[in-house]
Design a protein around this ligand. Structure first.
Ligand SMILES: Nc1ncnc2c1ncn2[C@@H]1O[C@H](COP(=O)(O)OP(=O)(O)OP(=O)(O)O)[C@@H](O)[C@H]1O
Length: 120
């Protein structure tokens, strides 16, 4: 594959990835909740003038919550597509995927509390 064609493919992959983010935001009510929470936390971060060492954990946990929520949504969609009927194995898969979001949310809440409570 020539370099031009390779770059063209990479640009196309980015385009599809952005389409995925847009589809997630457009179709999932959870995504809008995360978007509002992200805007509020980032606004609070600017308002209270967080340092770089405070921003880094905040940005990491924001990313952790977005990534787990997006992958959890993908797992739900895959299972609904492949196995629309009730099945205990589907329950296990969906519950564990949703548990991953909860783990991320708890870590994010603790991180936010450790950084913002002393400032407030
Ligand atoms: N096909 C199925 N077989 C067995 N259990 C299921 C099935 N579909 C859903 N469940 C159960 O219902 C729960 C919620 O699944 P659902 O796909 O409705 O996700 P949701 O309500 O959008 O969840 P979330 O709030 O995590 O996005 C699952 O965690 C699982 O316990």
């Amino acid at each position: 594959m020539g370099i031009g064609r390779y770059l063209q493919q990479r640009i196309l992959s980015f385009k599809y990835s952005f389409e995925g983010i847009a589809a997630f935001l457009r179709t999932e009510p959870h995504a809008r909740v995360h978007a509002v929470a992200t805007v509020l936390v980032v606004a609070a971060g600017f308002y209270y003038g967080l340092s770089a060492s405070q921003w880094i954990p905040i940005l990491i946990v924001i990313g952790l919550v977005w990534v787990t929520e997006m992958l959890n949504t993908v797992v739900e969609k895959i299972m609904d597509h492949l196995s629309p009927d009730y099945h205990p194995r589907v329950k296990w898969i969906k519950d564990v995927a949703s548990g991953a979001v909860l783990v991320a949310a708890i870590i994010a809440a603790i991180t936010g509390a450790l950084i913002f409570i002393p400032i407030l």
